[in-house]
Ligand binder design. Structure first.
Ligand SMILES: Cc1cc2nc3c(=O)[nH]c(=O)nc-3n(C[C@H](O)[C@H](O)[C@H](O)COP(=O)(O)OP(=O)(O)OC[C@H]3O[C@@H](n4cnc5c(N)ncnc54)[C@H](O)[C@@H]3O)c2cc1C
Length: 387
């Protein structure tokens, strides 16, 4: 058992942290409030190779794994820059294409994903299906050699910044009538694909959209893996990286908030000589949150290590637990930090309340805490399914 990063991973962690701190939370918030994107940070991270750490070297990536990408997500978030698109583009889309794309799809998409010049976002959620993706209503129909896609998606992050969206559709399996998922790489400017922005109460430079697919015509080579049989494994291959990296982002956000608050409470004096942090009523909640964040980190890197070792099923259990733990820990850490900062906690200047919406959403998306508890109850505790 080894809980230490390798020297290369430590170097990566420190370098990404330094980059994140150069931009910082003020930059992140200023971009969000101006309705702009963190383009400079994204491109610099791409140039430095941080966005492609998990992409094979032959396509311009770093040849590492999800452990390295989790470090990137955690460190940027710990610097106050939790970039959600790291979870959809390098974690989900790059993994799906690396593992299940055709040679042509790898050549076409991976180099751009690795250097950050290309973003591919991910669309599975639908208004009617929600957490139950077996009810997906977006349908892919054959039309000669082409495919026609029709349906609706909601809460899709980053469509305005991306060149492509990885759409999860269904084809009816004639033998069982059950969902047979098929993944398509759809250009965001494809005729028939329209979007409208959803207003969410999250301070974020990244936006969510409703997507409407109205007979979007796609060539045969838009189908991931070039075969319908690739659909299910391709879809599942994106889930563990998604859970692990979003958890890493949560843990980084928790670290950031605790650091902001503890720096403040160590020096703020309102009762004569002692700092407010000397009062256990202030310090213990912060210490408790720090313990929760560190516990989540342990599970995140356990999950990432298992995933990178090809132990997908075990990584699934750890990845879900990590996502649950990090989601709860991040929400606790930010709320506790706001409280410890008092009135300053609610100001934009102190840069903590700006994260309240994001960490609250982290208990819902990309998979809700309840659906993780269902997974653990069923898969680990062998409980019957109620739905
Ligand atoms: C900021 C943000 C970004 C997002 N980005 C993306 C994206 O890029 N791509 C994408 O595809 N989706 C995205 N989503 C969607 C997200 O994945 C869904 O919101 C999430 O999976 C929950 O689905 P739902 O909102 O339909 O909730 P519902 O399925 O309607 O669930 C509502 C509530 O009921 C609970 N619930 C439902 N079923 C059960 C059950 N069987 N047992 C116990 N509780 C249950 C849920 O946990 C939840 O609390 C994003 C969402 C947000 C908020």
């Amino acid at each position: 058992m080894n809980f230490d990063l390798t020297p290369e991973q430590e170097q990566l962690r420190d370098a990404v942290g330094a980059l994140g701190r150069r931009y910082g939370h003020d930059y992140f918030v200023a971009k969000a409030k101006a309705g702009e994107h963190t383009t400079e940070l994204w491109h610099e991270a791409g140039r430095l190779g941080y966005l492609g750490v998990n992409i094979p070297t032959e396509y311009g990536g770093g040849g590492g794994g999800i452990t390295e990408l989790a470090l990137v997500c955690e460190e940027l978030a710990a610097a106050g820059c939790p970039l959600l698109l790291l979870v959809v583009s390098p974690a989900i889309a790059a993994t799906v294409i690396t593992k299940h794309g055709t040679d042509e799809q790898r050549k076409q998409h991976l180099p751009g994903l690795a250097d950050g010049s290309r973003k591919i976002v991910f669309a599975i959620t639908e208004p009617e299906a929600g957490s139950n993706f077996h009810r997906l209503g977006t349908v892919a129909r054959r039309d000669g050699d082409d495919w026609l896609l029709s349906g609706r998606k909601c809460y899709i992050s980053g469509v305005d910044e991306a060149q492509h969206v990885l759409v999860v559709a269904r084809t009816d399996d004639a033998t069982t009538g059950k969902l047979k998922p098929a993944l398509f790489i759809v250009p965001t400017d494809a005729p028939g694909l329209t979007r409208s922005k959803l207003d969410l109460e999250i301070v974020s430079p990244e936006n969510q959209f409703l997507l409407y697919l109205d007979d979007v015509r796609l060539p045969a080579d838009a189908l991931v893996g070039g075969s319908l049989d690739a659909g299910l494994p391709a879809l599942f291959s994106g889930l563990n990286p998604e859970r692990i990296t979003v958890a890493a982002m949560g843990a980084g956000t928790g670290r950031y908030a605790i650091e902001r608050a503890s720096t403040y409470t160590a020096t703020r004096r309102v009762w004569g000589g002692r700092s407010i942090g000397s009062h256990q009523g202030v310090a213990h909640p912060l210490a408790h949150a720090a313990v929760q964040v560190e516990l989540a980190r342990l599970m995140i890197y356990k999950a990432a290590t298992r995933y990178d070792a090809g132990r997908d099923l075990e990584a699934g259990v750890s990845g879900n637990m990590a996502k649950y733990a990090a989601g709860e820990a991040a929400a606790l850490a930010v709320d506790t930090a706001v409280q410890a900062l008092g009135g300053a906690g609610m100001t934009t200047e102190y840069g903590v309340a700006t994260l309240l919406g994001a960490v609250r959403a982290g208990r819902i998306a990309p998979v809700s805490r309840e659906m993780i508890l269902n997974f653990v109850a069923q898969q680990v505790l062998n409980q019957e399914k109620s739905y």
